[in-house]
Design a protein around this ligand. Structure first.
Ligand SMILES: [Fe+2]
Length: 171
């Protein structure tokens, strides 16, 4: 892990201080994103963007809860990008990285037009964690798998981790 990523994890943990659920969530999403990016042979820069987005992807939740008393996906997408931009600026991330990561934060609950491996891997990593944390039903897991998962690494992790959700004939 590079220094910038370490600093970002520190800053994001501070942002969610006292909220271990949120901190553990982003650490898990980050770890899956890192692993899938490696297995899918992303170049160094794309991997950097993917893991950076994974660390900050849910930054909008706290602000949504404060402002609107709820934090559905669309509100998170609305509030998240400017917060992510601020945080990345403080750590001197370069402008192209800041703009791509902010875009991903603003779209990580939008699944109808996923373009780019960074976007795809962020969404898959978040699903791999949310399937467990949100106790998704077998049907919901299978349908997310069919509709959303594209990388062979993400698909394999999903089938392996949630094998009970996949009847034998689906494997
Ligand atoms: Fe998330």
């Amino acid at each position: 892990m590079d220094r910038l990523t370490e600093s970002l994890i520190h800053m994001m943990a501070e942002y969610y201080a006292g909220d271990p659920k949120r901190i553990q969530h982003f650490i898990k999403v980050y770890t899956f994103a890192d692993f899938i990016s490696s297995e899918e042979n992303l170049n160094g820069y794309d991997k950097f963007i993917t893991v950076t987005a994974a660390i900050v992807h849910d930054i909008g939740i706290k602000e949504s809860e404060t402002k609107y008393g709820k934090s559905d996906g669309k509100l998170q997408e609305k509030e998240g990008p400017s917060l992510a931009e601020n945080m990345l600026r403080q750590l001197n991330f370069d402008s192209p990285a800041i703009s791509r990561v902010s875009y991903l934060v603003g779209h990580h609950h939008t699944y109808d037009n996923i373009e780019g491996m960074d976007y795809q891997i962020l969404v898959e990593s978040d699903f791999l964690v949310n399937m467990f944390e949100d106790n998704m039903s077998n049907d919901a897991i299978r349908s997310a798998y069919k509709l959303i998962f594209k990388t062979s690494s993400g698909k394999s992790l999903c089938r392996t981790m949630y094998s009970a959700s996949f009847p034998q004939e689906d494997l």
